[in-house]
Write a protein that binds this ligand. Structure first.
Ligand SMILES: Cc1ncc(COP(=O)(O)O)c(C=O)c1O
Length: 484
């Protein structure tokens, strides 16, 4: 039975009264916001003294009631104190210029303001009809990235949460474009190298391509895919009645920063009718530099590619760009029909992100990218990337002079190095070096295994990394080399 109307009104008043606590009175809103801003200022003002890696305090992040929502609210100062102690203390500090491990993050402040405004206004950037300005902004940023690559008009793309989601969407698009049916799976062949990022292996599994044959193509001495080996293998596979359908190349591998010979690989892909995907999550925005454009020549021939603003454009984590040379393939893989979306259909002056990506309700990511790019202009971004290329060359020469073994000149801004050459004692010494540097924490480096040998890595990408931080690392490496 329907409740009577007086009861409904009574309930509305009661719940409405409590619920209105979510809408802050203006004075209180301003007072609270000042405290949040104060926290951000203290964090940024203290950044130079903060470690890049804090090894202590992991135990303090254990089970903790403060992470669990409760019925009643908590004082903001108490929450911020908790954040400082439990979250912004222990572990890796990606905002630090001393972060020289993995692929370093950034954290431009203007991007955070963009996030704040995107969240406060909560524009819905999924469908043109809903927020034409937000969608146009995102599309212009995608087109700008496309022009940087050298893509023709008619390309398309979307802003996703990072390289992994962008790779996943690219692989799903390739599968659709190549019309690979379930019955073709165990004849389908994918080509990549040992240097492929693990997000691509995940993407293959997630898109149902885990049953395909995945060929690890041999590499040259610089960890780059060999086009001759690729062609030979793909031809042999075709002769054997298999269906080669996807080549995945690197434009800046995570391990060593290797850029595959994209032009020659594109020749193979075009000659054999295979989809050509380039993972430029790390390397892509080096296209802003002359060196980057030279080393990535041929990238415009990729059918799809991924580049991460939260790497090469120094954004806080949470933004990857997927580009597809022919937008129709992206649309074919992601478009949808739903009755509740019928109002949106009449006003489609622009492609809508929701028909070009797996997401529907999405963060308005364009604002965190647009605001810093427009506010600062491109010149300092380009200069920061140039600086990183020079820092890698500087580091490689200096570390080699200290007696470390180094690889060939880097394609981008990752350098691999180690003491000794592959003996068990050398591995112990290199492990100790990495651990000692991590415990000290002023700078942070990570390690990997190359051709079966434990190896140290240097990766410069943060806009806050300059020669000072690299010299701190070199001083430590000098001392540790003598001790080993
Ligand atoms: C070459 C490469 N591809 C893909 C990824 C995955 O990107 P994300 O961490 O943004 O998901 C990374 C991450 O470091 C990467 O270096």
């Amino acid at each position: 039975m329907d409740p009577d109307i007086d009861h409904i009104v009574e309930q509305l008043e009661r719940h409405g009264r409590i619920g209105r606590a979510l809408e802050l009175p203006v004075e209180r809103r301003k007072a609270l916001f000042t405290r949040v801003q104060g926290y951000a200022d203290r964090f940024l003002d203290g950044l130079a003294e903060r470690k890049a890696y804090e090894a202590d305090g992991y135990e303090r992040t254990g089970a903790d009631r403060q992470f669990v929502p409760e019925e009643h609210g908590t004082d903001l100062d108490e929450l911020l104190e908790h954040l400082a102690e439990r979250v912004d203390g222990p572990g890796l500090n990606p905002a630090s210029g001393g972060h020289l491990g993995y692929i370093p993050g950034g954290g431009l402040e203007a991007a955070a303001w963009g996030d704040l405004l995107a969240a406060i206004t909560n524009r819905y950037a999924g469908v043109f009809y809903s927020s034409p300005g937000a969608v146009r902004m995102e599309n212009e940023l995608v087109r700008w990235s496309g022009r940087l690559v050298g893509y023709p008009e008619g390309c398309g793309g979307c802003l996703l949460s990072g390289g992994s989601m962008a790779n996943l969407t690219a692989i799903a698009t390739a599968r659709t474009a190549m019309d690979l049916k379930g019955r073709d799976l165990d004849r389908g062949v994918v080509y990549l190298t040992e240097q492929a990022h693990h997000s691509l292996h995940k993407a293959l599994r997630l898109t149902g391509l885990g049953e395909c044959i995945v060929r690890q193509v041999p590499m040259d001495e610089r960890h780059r895919m060999r086009p001759d080996a690729l062609r030979e293998q793909a031809l042999a596979d075709k002769r054997a009645g298999l269906r080669p359908f996807l080549i995945i190349a690197n434009a800046g591998s995570t391990d060593v920063g290797a850029v595959d010979p994209l032009d020659a690989l594109a020749d193979v892909a075009a000659g054999l009718g295979i989809w050509f995907h380039v993972d430029a999550a790390y390397g892509g925005y080096f296209l802003l530099t002359e060196h980057g454009r030279a080393v990535m020549a041929g990238i415009a021939r990729a059918d799809s590619l991924v580049m991460d603003p939260h790497k090469g454009l120094f954004l806080p984590y949470g933004t990857g760009v997927l580009l597809v040379k022919d937008i129709r393939h992206l649309r074919a893989a992601n478009s949808y029909e739903a009755h509740y979306m019928q109002d949106a259909r009449d006003r489609m002056h622009e492609p809508s992100p929701a028909e070009l990506s797996p997401e529907l309700s999405k963060h308005f990511r364009g604002l965190r990218l647009w605001l810093p790019l427009k506010l600062h202009g491109l010149a300092p971004f380009r200069a920061c990337l140039e600086e990183k290329l020079w820092l890698a060359r500087y580091f490689r020469q200096r570390v080699s002079a200290l007696g470390y073994e180094v690889g060939p000149p880097p394609d981008l801004s990752v350098v691999h190095f180690r003491l000794g050459s592959g003996t068990a004692e050398a591995e112990i010494a290199n492990r100790r070096i990495a651990q000692t540097i991590q415990r000290d924490g002023r700078v942070f480096i990570s390690t990997t295994v190359l051709n079966g040998v434990f190896t140290l890595r240097f990766a410069a990408l943060s806009f806050r990394t300059h020669r000072e931080q690299v010299d701190v690392l070199l001083e430590q490496l000098e001392r540790l080399a003598v001790m080993s």
